[in-house]
Ligand binder design. Sequence first.
Ligand SMILES: C[S@@+](CC[C@H](N)C(=O)[O-])C[C@H]1O[C@@H](n2cnc3c(N)ncnc32)[C@H](O)[C@@H]1O
Length: 336
Amino acid sequence: MIKLSEILPHLIHQFKSENDLIRAIDEISNKFTKERNKIGDYLKDPRLVAAYTAFYLLTNIPKLEEVLKWLPGAWMKELKNCDFIDLGAGPGTFSLAWKGLGIGNGDFYQVEQSELMRQQGLLLWKGFHQEKLYQGAKWEWKNDRPKFLLFGHSANEMGSDEAIRYIEKINPEHILFIEPGTKDFFPEMLKIRTYLLNHQHSVLFPCSNVLSCPMQNKDDWCHQFIHIKQDSEIERISQMARKDRKLLPLTVHAYSRNFKGENPQERLVRVFPETKFSLEWEICHLNQLERYQIMKRDLSSKEIKDLGAVLAGASIESELLKELDQYNRVKILKVK
Ligand SMILES: C[S@@+](CC[C@H](N)C(=O)[O-])C[C@H]1O[C@@H](n2cnc3c(N)ncnc32)[C@H](O)[C@@H]1O
């Protein structure tokens, strides 16, 4: 795992102190959450670009690792020989994360509109790797090798129309979105989903099939959660900056043109507060929302604890015990 102290020498701005870094992290985080209209501002300030890099690189590496656990193992084999395209790469957090996993044999491309971010991305890449990095403000290369396109927290900034334009231009075999788990972004993700399903792509995650999303006309949105284990230095900084980076909401979608996996039929999309007697889950079951009740009396304390820790995003297999008016009483056979 890369440590914060290893990143600091490769930043385009050197912070005078830890407090100086924390103040900059606070500023960026406000721009992401409270001042969305000024979201582009941080891209023009070397201090904020450096703070972004220090803070988010170290959380995006474990984030990618956790997300990949949800995806079919056989798909990873397909991705292995693809060129990796980090779209809206910022300082290349996900390029470094993908490279660090040692899976990809292809070339690395970073498409990033901000010149400062590209500078930061190059400095960081050179700090850790010898291989060539292709970088540009837009997609400007031509090759016929299969491509794995990753949108990391960027489709939400550029919007669905721009994301689709990039997909049309790059024509990737495989696409992964790791985006914020926000309600605002969900309709945008659905537009991209519709486009991809109409253009020879299959959805690998999170949906079980190509039918329309059961949440699309509801006051709700499909998103997932992950727990990540952080480097101790960044954990301390997160605490000082009062940012919870351990339990993260996110929107993950994966698509492929040629890989046909067998998608799980049941996915946990919401965990309701548990009752004295039961665990209560909302499941997307073959693109229908169903409420599952899991009775505690049928479980050992360890099973209750383990199932109580399962987060939205997990796929499950269940056995129907009783069909009731409002919900299904089930036994959980498998969680992944
Ligand atoms: C929140 S940052 C994410 C950076 C990195 N992918 C990550 O997850 O750490 C979003 C990035 O998308 C870039 N971006 C937004 N719209 C873009 C566009 N139309 N073309 C290229 N990059 C874009 C921004 O400049 C910014 O660096």
